[in-house]
Each structure stands twice: as C-alpha cells, then as structure tokens.
Design a protein around this ligand. Structure first.
Ligand code: PMP
Length: 354
C-alpha cells in the first residue's frame, strides 16, 4: 500500500438502486413516482433564461424556501433546502451529531444512515425492529447522541404512530431527533404538527417521491429557527450554491400546484391498495404500507428467484441481500398498467412453477 493510502478516508459507499435504461422496462425498483411532475414544472424549465444559467443561483434559495414556508405555514427561517433529502440528511448528521455518543436508528432502515455515520465518524447503534418489523419506542428512550427515524420506515413501508414518535422526541430533549419523512405524503401523518412543541425536532422531506422530481434533486428540512441556522452555517461552510437555478424554478412550480399534487398522490394510493389485494390473492404477505412501495414475501418462492425472473422479463424491483430481509421484494407502486403487468407476470410464474 502506498504511504499516502494510509491516510485516505475510507468509506464503504451506499449502493443506489439500479438505473437500467432498457426500452419498455417496468421500473419499480427506486420508489420513483410513475407520473410526471406538475405541468408548471416543464413550463418553468422551458422558460428558464440562459442568462440565469450564466450567473450563480441565489445561495439562500429564497423563492423555494418561501414557497415551502407558505405551503406548510411556517416561517421561512424554519426551512432548509438541499440537493435531495440525502444532502439534507447528510448535512444534518454533520451538524447535529457531534457528542461522541452513539446515535440510534433501526437495524432495518434506509441504508444510507450508517454510511453517513461512518463517513463522519459518528458512532451508532441500531436497535432491531420487532418480529413484525415495527420500531420499538422503548429502544429510543435512553441516553444517546441523536436519533433518526424514518416514517414510514423504508423498506418496510410501516408508519409509526405519531403519539409514539412524540414519546421519543419528548424523551430526548438533549439531542436532535430527525424524522425522515421521504414517504409521508402517501397517507402518513407528518410530525410537522409537533414542531411548535419541540425544539429538538427536525422533519426532513423530499420532492423525489410525491412530487415526481427525483431527477431534479430537491429535499428540505423544517425545524426550529435555531436548528435551521446551524444547518445553514454548515452548508455555507461546504458549498454555498447547492440549488441550481433549474431546481429552484422547478421546485417552486411543484409546490404551487397543489391540485395536481393531491390528484397524483390519490392515484398512487388507489393503485397501492389494489396491488395489496392482488398480492394477497397470490399468496404474498407484507406489512401494511403507507408508502409508495410494498415490501412483500412469498411463502413458497424465494425473493431472489422472483427478483431474477422479474428482471429477465424487464420488470425491475428491489432486492436486498441482507439478514432478516433477504426473502422480501420491495416493489414500488407504478401506474395501474405497470402494476397489471407485474401482477400478470407473477400470476403466471407462480402458477407455472407450482
Ligand atoms: N430517505 C429515505 C427513507 C429514502 O428512501 C430516500 C430515497 N432513496 C431518501 C431519504 C433520499 O431521497 P432523495 O435524496 O431523493 O430526496
């Protein structure tokens, strides 16, 4: 090993879901929204002046921060925006988890949390989910350096009751509790209503799922003004211009069109509920999902086999080769037609191999 290599910050990176480019594929592997963003987004992007691109964007992302503040009825000083919620979460880890004590997040959850913790040298412990894949409140009522709870959790899709989340937030006044609400718009109850009561709460959301803008990379955090100030200090010490002119324009339009937002969400929720029924009929079991995916296992067919068979037919779902969950498929909710194709394939495959 070269001498310089001994001083490299070595990290085991997060593995994102595949982004295959097959023609006619059905892509249900990264929880993207199957519908386009609000029509105003395309218009705003078409009308972007190239002169806007010649210049640096507004480092404070004022228009987007204000749009979000108005939408959620909070002060603009309570809103922080970043390059997807990955950026917002990473910045939050860096800013708030510096006590040297272990932070806590579930053993089965979004697999970026341990990567950021390792990257920033933050110690962590992962209380196991119970047998039904639920987060146990008691596990989070002890001394720690901070807490991250995704709600609904990924990849299980299970929502934790807001009262139980409040117990965790109230029980840890000395540390920051991050609630990662990447999937909250698909029928969950947000912790935003708790903000006036708890200054240690940070709610993180994204435009990637419910607002169909994964490709634009927009995420945000809402919290106490002091928390947001600290987050901005860290951001400005890292990269002042995180949000491109295009992201700012697109984000504002996506927030503005609430009718389209609600219609799209309802379509996805309806498709999810229908898919649940059909998957049950085919013998799958799964926790009740409040997200835009279903985490399903079949009693007779190993998930890996199904994953490979689906892939051969150009249907992409997500499979995690990890303890406890290696017999599950995470299936994102696509359009009605896409789910029909998936269900038809499964019906034939399960029928054939019986
Ligand atoms: N949190 C959770 C729980 C997620 O599943 C994801 C999506 N991979 C993210 C955060 C990050 O999403 P984005 O950076 O696209 O906002």
């Amino acid at each position: 090993m070269a001498a310089w290599e001994e001083n490299v910050r070595r990290v085991e990176p997060y593995t994102p879901g595949e982004q295959p480019k097959q023609p006619n594929m059905i892509k249900l592997n990264t929880n993207e929204n199957p519908y386009p963003p609000a029509p105003g987004v395309a218009k705003a992007l078409r009308e972007l002046e190239t002169d806007n691109l010649r210049r640096y964007p507004d480092p404070s992302s004022k228009v987007l921060v204000q749009a979000l503040a108005d939408y959620y009825g909070v002060a603009k000083e309570q809103v922080f925006v970043g390059v997807g919620s990955d950026d917002v979460l990473a910045m939050s880890f860096l800013t708030f988890f510096n006590s040297g004590k272990s932070i806590l997040f579930p053993d089965i959850t979004y697999s970026f949390y341990d990567v950021w913790a390792d990257l920033f040298r933050i110690p962590y412990e992962c209380p196991p989910l119970d047998e039904d894949f639920k987060i146990c409140t008691e596990d989070y009522l002890r001394e720690c350096g901070g807490i991250v709870i995704p709600n609904p959790n990924a990849p299980t899709g299970i929502e934790k009751d807001l009262k139980e989340l409040e117990q965790i937030i109230a029980g840890n006044p000395g540390v920051i509790v991050i609630i990662d609400e990447a999937y909250i718009d698909f029928g969950g109850t947000s912790a935003l209503s708790l903000l006036p009561k708890y200054e240690n709460l940070l709610v993180v959301q994204t435009f990637s799922k419910s607002r169909s803008l994964a490709g634009m990379r927009i995420g945000y955090a809402i919290g106490n003004e002091k928390l947001i100030r600290y987050l901005n200090d860290a951001k400005y010490s890292f990269n002042s211009y995180t949000m491109s002119a295009a992201a700012l324009a697109a984000g504002v339009e996506a927030v503005r069109d609430d009718v389209y937002f609600r219609e799209t969400l309802q379509k996805i929720i309806n498709t999810r509920e229908r898919t649940k029924k059909e998957l049950h009929r085919l013998g799958f079991s799964f926790p009740d999902s409040k997200s835009n995916f279903i985490f399903a296992a079949h009693p007779k067919y190993p998930a890996k086999e199904l994953f490979e068979a689906l892939k051969k037919s150009n249907i992409y779902v997500r499979y995690f080769e990890r303890p406890r969950i290696d017999n599950y498929l995470r299936i994102s909710i696509g359009t009605e037609q896409e789910m029909d194709c998936l269900l038809r394939f499964l019906e034939e495959y399960l029928g054939e191999s019986i």
